[in-house]
Design a protein around this ligand. Structure first.
Ligand code: ZN
Length: 395
């Protein structure tokens, strides 16, 4: 919600008027100098939207403020001209509306354009998040990263490396929405104030690593690539099983951690709907973007959301630190998912991450069944993975 600054206003005043932490207000308005707010500049208040209200005969700002459970000054701030001249029946004024319910509906075909819309919407309501593009897919779709929090502990979570595991994006975005609601409304989770997580951890998420693949699964091939893709798909016109990127490379087999072993033993020897590791490691723009992200930013712990199996893997060639074992224990207790140290697999993002940085990395297989998991599993997955998501920010 945008409001015009008045002479003498401060972030502390806005914090009191709207019961939103002054820290979040400052983070949402980084371009403003908090100790020198200029009259008639705009400030954005997180967690609120302004809604239009038609004044009735008996209304006063005081009555409306009481109805909204806000100080009258909050309403005056939104209606600076009207406040001076008094309210007239029939005219429209602005009322602040606190956002305390989810804006993201994850229970839908979560295509890349849905994701982009949802990111913009979250950015509008919770402007203390930072969004940037870390790369582009083969077809030029943005690979976006969202950052929340200012702590030393750098936590990174990603989803939809695999196209037919797109439900992981919907789940991760909903978790993010949950966290943002807790922050803006000053609430706690698992007995811990969300504001503490915010100052302890910096969370970055890449909710959709493989946008081309996800769109292929959910909408079918783009016209100009239709023939080529049907061929890669073994002649099938149904793409619901597709796992790779749009060039038929499995993005989670692209990383230089014994990539040669996977190259040698994987069945497809050419691009296909799944499992083909490519001609060389990091040949695909989506994989390059993720490798660059880990190389250029510090990541203390990594969580990669996949489906399915209700289990997670956290070891690689003995390079995983002891902290990983403790986290694994906690994650199992919180989710009921089975903790598995080693599986016979190489060249995945978490394999490479552990090998490279010797920090805790997890591949987490959400849900149970046949991919793509039906959206009807959304609530049960959400319930189980929620503890993992939030505990990763404070453990
Ligand atoms: Zn997967």
């Amino acid at each position: 919600m945008r409001v015009k600054i008045r002479r003498g206003d401060s972030f502390e005043l806005y914090s009191q008027l709207f019961t939103v932490s002054a820290e979040l207000i400052a983070d949402a308005n980084e371009k403003l100098n908090s100790s020198d707010l200029k009259e008639s500049q705009e400030v954005v208040i997180p967690g609120y939207e302004s809604e239009t209200y038609k004044v009735r005969q008996t209304d006063t700002l005081w009555k409306l403020a009481k109805y909204k459970s806000l100080p009258v000054d909050a309403l005056i701030l939104l209606n600076q001209e009207k406040a001076e001249s008094g309210l007239n029946a029939g005219e429209s004024i602005n009322l602040p509306r606190r956002i305390n319910s989810f804006t993201i509906n994850g229970k839908q075909k979560y295509k890349s354009d849905v994701l982009t819309r949802h990111i913009s919407r979250l950015q509008e309501i919770f402007p203390f998040i930072k969004v940037r593009q870390i790369g582009e897919s083969v077809l030029g779709k943005p690979i976006q990263e969202i950052k929340v929090g200012k702590g030393k502990l750098k936590v990174h979570i990603n989803a939809s490396f695999h196209a037919n595991e797109w439900i992981t994006t919907a789940i991760l975005m909903r978790l993010l929405n949950h966290y943002l609601l807790l922050l803006a409304n000053g609430q706690s989770i698992m007995g811990i104030p969300a504001s503490q997580l915010y100052s302890k951890a910096e969370l970055t998420i890449v909710p959709m690593v493989n946008p081309d693949g996800v769109d292929l699964v959910l909408s079918g091939p783009p016209d100009n690539l239709s023939q080529e893709l049907i061929e890669l798909n073994g002649g099938k016109t149904d793409f619901t099983d597709w796992k790779a990127n749009i060039r038929g490379i499995d993005l989670n087999n692209q990383f230089p951690a014994n990539w040669e072993i996977e190259k040698e033993r994987k069945i497809p020897k050419k691009p296909a709907s799944r499992d083909y590791p490519g001609n060389r490691p990091l040949s695909e723009p989506e994989a390059i973007a993720m490798a660059e992200l880990a190389n250029s930013t510090h990541i203390d712990r990594l969580l990669c959301f996949h489906t399915q199996g209700e289990e997670f893997y956290w070891g690689y060639e003995g390079k995983e630190p002891s902290e990983a074992e403790q986290l694994a224990q906690e994650f199992t207790e919180l989710s009921g998912y089975e903790s598995i140290r080693y599986i016979d697999s190489h060249a995945g993002y978490k394999d490479w991450f552990i090998q490279q940085f010797e920090k805790p990395g997890f591949t987490i297989e959400l849900g149970n069944g046949v991919n793509p998991l039906p959206i009807s599993q959304f609530d049960s997955i959400y319930k189980k993975v929620k503890g993992i998501f939030f505990s990763s920010l404070y453990l």
